[in-house]
Every structure is written in C-alpha cells, then in structure tokens.
Design a protein around this ligand. Structure first.
Ligand code: ZN
Length: 306
C-alpha cells in the first residue's frame, strides 16, 4: 500500500514492541465519521487541501465529504500486567443520539481473543474519560443485565472525571451523547466493587503513569508508558484527528472547554515534538499512531513512519 506517498516504511499492522512490552489495537469501528465542520467548527477547507499528501484516503473521504475515523482500544502487556486503555462503544447499548453507536453488535471480544487474551486476562481497564465511546465494553449484556466484561480487572477512572459523570449526583448535567452511559457502563462495575478512582500521577504499573489532560472533559487523562528510553503516549481525545497536529487550534465540537482543550493539546505536543514519543490516540485511522516533529516553517508536523 503506497501510503503515505513515498514511504516504504508504512505498515498496516498495529502491534508495537518496546523491549518486553507489547501494545495492540482492538478495533470497534473504522470508517466514515463526521463532515469536517460537523466535528471541527473552526476548520478551514484550505487546511485539508494543504495536508492532502497524507490526508487522503485514510483520514478524509472526499467523495462523501466525511472525515474517516476509528474507535479502538489499546491493550498494553507490560510483562506484569495486561492493561486495556479505553473500551470503545460496546454492544447492545441504547445510544439514540448517535446512530452509529446505537445497538451495535461487533465481534470486539473475538478481536481481543485473536491477540490471545480472554476478558479474565485483563488486569486493569483505564478509561481516558467517560464519554460513551470510551467506556462501552466495560460491561456486556448477560441475561438482560449489564455485567462487568473484565471480572478480574480493576477499573481505573479519574476522580474528577467520575464526579462529572456521576448521574446519581443531584447537580449532574446530562448530555444527549452520554445519555444512559453511566447507568449501563459505569454503575455495574462500581456496584461490583471493581472501581478505583485515580488522580494525576497515579502509576498503573511501574511503566505506565496517568497524566491529567483536562479540556475535552474536565477529568480527561492520558497514560504514558516509559520503557527503555522510548515513550508511548495514550492520548484519548486530546487529539481526535491528525489534522489537529499541524493545526492544533482546530477544536472539537465535543470539547467541554475548547480553550482548556487547546492549552492541553499544545502542552502535549510540546512534550512530544522531535522526541522518541509515539502517540496512540483513540480515533486515528490507519496507521493509528504517529510521532510529532517540527514543521519546516514552525509548528508541528506528523511523522507516520514506524
Ligand atoms: Zn472519543
């Protein structure tokens, strides 16, 4: 596959090895997403044209004028623990506000099984934030009841994030996009006693640390893996689409606080640029990960090579 043009190093495979650590992607959705302005109100068409050498066909579908997107989990096997980062949309969830999320029936568990992992093998589930497309596989439907998908896992949620989405709180501010998500994907694991609320700096594993990254949601957090001089940064929705790397000022309509989200995105890009830090976002289409380098005229550019 000749993508990006001129690159012989491009590989479709999404398994990464860092010393004894293995990282795999588990897909829940890959395909058309929003119209560019529907996702990013401030995006300009010239931005798409200027990035056309890598944007097509993986990240933008000109025939239907849609961004192309993915919803996936990352599984990190550190050697000591199996950590699932973000749990996608899930099956059988009633999501009237987002037709593509509504009542899905995807072989996500079978995809996990192809990696040699059963649900009971997962030690930690870490959700970067509690939007419906990051918590769905926390639970599955069994005899009409939502039960934890990963019975042996500790589910790690940010304390601030949990407080934002706790629908039992009298001050809870509902959103159409997350309607019902707390009840079907958070509450059942809470009631099973599997939840730990964590703060900035929490060590999931001696190699994997939680980093606060507020803005998209108030308690959004990334996870940073440091091993053998390299880093893998699981960025959740700090960057939804790679167009936000050359143009970080492009904010998502789903950001709770766009100014804070931009501040966090700039800080994150600054922490990665020209360093051996690979980004593992939740919604990038193939090849799903990248590094950040300085652009010739200033700002940031994307290095898609493995
Ligand atoms: Zn998301």
């Amino acid at each position: 596959m000749a993508w990006p043009p001129g690159s012989e190093l491009y590989l479709i495979m999404a398994t990464f090895h860092y010393s004894s650590v293995r990282i795999d992607r588990v897909e829940d959705y890959l395909g058309p997403g929003f119209v560019p302005e529907g996702m990013f109100p401030s995006i300009q068409r010239w931005m798409l044209e200027a990035q056309g050498d890598w944007l097509l066909p993986n990240f933008y579908l000109p025939d239907i004028d849609r961004l192309r997107t993915s919803v996936h989990s990352w599984v990190v096997r550190t050697g000591r623990h199996n950590v699932l980062i973000d749990s996608c949309v899930g099956n059988h969830k009633v999501r009237h506000a987002v037709p593509s999320f509504h009542m899905r029936n995807e072989p996500w568990l079978e995809r996990l099984a192809t990696l040699g992992l059963r649900p009971q093998d997962i030690d930690y589930v870490f959700c970067t934030h509690l939007h419906a497309d990051h918590i769905g596989w926390n639970t599955r439907l069994e005899d009409g009841r939502w039960v934890p998908t990963f019975p042996n896992a500790r589910y790690l949620f940010g304390r601030t994030e949990f407080a934002r989405w706790d629908a039992r709180d009298p001050g809870y501010r509902a959103t159409a996009l997350n309607d019902g998500a707390f009840e079907d994907s958070i509450l059942p694991v809470l009631e099973a006693g599997l939840v730990d609320l964590v703060d900035d700096g929490h060590q999931i594993d001696d190699l994997l640390r939680v980093e606060a990254s507020p803005g998209h949601t108030p308690g959004h957090a990334c996870a940073r893996l440091k091993v053998a001089g390299s880093e893998a940064l699981f960025t959740g929705d700090v960057i939804h689409h790679p167009i936000q790397i050359p143009y970080p000022q492009v904010c998502s309509t789903f950001d709770d606080d766009m100014a804070r989200a931009l501040e966090t995105r700039m800080r994150l890009l600054d922490s990665c640029v020209d360093r051996d830090v690979r980004l593992f976002p939740t919604h990038f289409a193939e090849p799903h990960t990248c590094k950040v380098v300085s652009a010739p005229g200033g700002g940031y550019a994307i290095d898609w090579r493995r």
